[in-house]
Design a protein. Structure first.
Length: 508
């Protein structure tokens, strides 16, 4: 096989195998953000927990991944990008194995945290290493390969997760990572060591990192446990809220004064970056809640299998792939604020299609909004990132990119916790209203006339109430989501017109 040149650039079969290994690694990490979404009912049933508790499996992975992003630069500088990547892959595979072997919610959440910590650095490192092994004239193709795995993984996640959960068991959504990880580890160990980056002894902001872990962990645990423990009527929730607020205040104060902060929040002085991050966080957090709620509703209320719930939700990614080349062309010709505003507004309009869903809707009535929504994703996601990064100084680009990734991931975790809590609360309220409407003498007499016994009448009413209450709550969540999308689309116009061009991979 052709050896890499002295500059690190590869060619021939070596380049092909290395590129495939890096692309598959990125694909696997992104896949695990959505592969469990359609499997939550299976997992909840298998572990004997509520559907709300099952969402901890998603939020724990997102939070751990977000926390680990600021460590990527330090780890790659201290140990080398290739070593960090290989050890991250080994850890990700090990925790995937343990996730599949989990027999309790506590063990599964702990192992998902491990997956997130190990997987956090992999996504930026795959991009960095792809740029390193490809010649400069082909780096655009390298970024296209990386972007394609990032876009297609969320499509495959729900389909693969649903199929494995239905045909085998939910454990296999984690075991499936093992052969992929084995290939990536073997290929990376064989070929990428030749392009290892130089190592130094970079300083790490330990205090800032500890403060960040404390307030984020307290906030997420509060959001996850708050609903089950009656929020601020519970002493633990009050304590967690205090820790989160105080920890956040100390974190902000420390990072503003630290010479080499773990998270460079000083980039928020740039209005374009701040506005872009706000729009990104609100829009992506709102979008991700639908990715979690819809599969659960389809399975628990409409009787869908996990696989068919995956087919319905995966259509968002299909249209996103189709629209991506159009966005790439327009990005060089059109003000990115127009693209972002159009993309987020499109997400809001497609979300409005869901507020009329009924419990007897057919597959395409449910899947069509997903297909339509996907068109807006690349119009929003790609331009808002470049808009934010173009607002900062060139030396701040890497810090700003890491901060955007951190806040995007955190918004998904926080949005999921908040939305599932609101969804459950709305279901309870709707159930109470429907019971008073349906549990009447007239309804009971009508059912009795059709031959139903007293016990059967109560069962029919309860089943109908539960089904319709969850549907009403789902519609309500999507109405609120649409309003948030429209607000996020308006926010972007507070950003100034970008004046700096961002090159491919400049953030890394």
């Amino acid at each position: 096989m052709a050896e890499p040149t002295s500059t690190g650039v590869m060619s021939g079969p070596t380049l092909l195998v290395s590129a495939i290994a890096l692309a598959l690694s990125n694909f696997m990490v992104v896949l695990d953000t959505t592969v469990a979404n359609v499997s939550l009912p299976h997992i909840a049933g298998g572990l004997a927990v509520s559907s709300t508790q099952a969402t901890w499996i998603i939020t724990s992975y997102s939070v751990a991944e977000a926390i680990c992003v600021p460590l990527t630069g330090f780890l790659s500088g201290r140990f080398g990008a290739v070593k960090t990547f290989i050890f991250g892959m080994i850890g990700f595979a090990l925790f995937s194995l343990l996730c599949g072997m989990s027999n309790s919610l506590g063990m599964l959440v702990a192992c998902r945290l491990g997956q997130g910590f190990c997987g956090g650095p992999l996504m930026p490192l795959t991009q960095t290493l792809l740029l390193r092994i490809f010649p400069k004239e082909k780096q655009g193709a390298a970024m296209g390969l990386w972007a394609m795995t990032t876009v297609t993984a969320p499509i495959m996640g729900p389909i693969l997760g649903g199929t494995l959960s239905d045909d085998w068991s939910w454990h296999w959504i984690f075991f499936i990572n093992l052969p992929v990880a084995a290939f990536c580890i073997a290929a990376s160990s064989r070929f990428l060591r030749a392009v290892e980056t130089a190592t130094t002894k970079p300083r790490i902001d330990r205090i800032g990192l500890v403060l960040m872990v404390i307030w984020i962990a307290a906030l997420q645990i509060m959001l996850d446990l708050g609903h089950d423990r009656d929020w601020f009527n519970n002493n633990l929730i009050v304590l967690l809220a205090i820790i989160a607020v105080v920890g956040f205040a100390f974190f902000i104060a420390w990072e503003f004064t630290e010479a080499e902060p773990a998270v460079d929040i000083r980039v928020f002085r740039h209005r374009g970056f701040t506005v872009s991050v706000l729009a990104l966080a609100f829009a992506f957090g709102t979008y991700f809640t639908s990715v979690v709620i819809i599969p659960q509703w389809l399975q628990s209320d409409l009787g869908y299998t996990a696989a068919w719930a995956g087919y319905a939700t995966a259509l968002t990614g299909v249209s996103a792939v189709v629209a991506s080349p159009i966005v790439a062309r327009l990005s060089t010709r059109v003000d990115k604020r127009y693209l972002v505003c159009f993309g987020i507004t499109w997400l809001g309009l497609s979300t409005l299609l869901r507020i009329y869903w009924t419990s007897d809707a057919d597959f395409w009535s449910l899947a069509l909004p997903q297909l339509v929504q996907g068109i807006g994703m690349p119009f929003f996601f790609i331009p808002v990132t470049t808009l934010g990064l173009s607002a900062v100084q060139p030396r701040e680009t890497a810090s700003a990119a890491g901060l955007m990734s951190f806040l995007r991931t955190m918004s998904a975790a926080i949005g999921t916790s908040a939305a599932t809590t609101a969804w459950d609360d709305d279901t309870r309220v709707a159930r109470g209203q429907l019971v008073s409407t349906l549990h009447t003498d007239a309804v009971q007499t009508s059912l009795a006339d059709h031959g139903f016994s007293v016990g059967a009448i109560r069962g029919v009413i309860e089943q109908l109430v539960n089904k319709e209450a969850m549907t009403i709550a789902t519609n309500h969540i999507f109405l609120i989501s649409a309003l948030i999308f429209f607000g996020s689309a308006a926010i972007i116009w507070l950003a100034p017109k970008p004046t700096r061009k961002i090159e491919a991979g400049a953030a890394h």
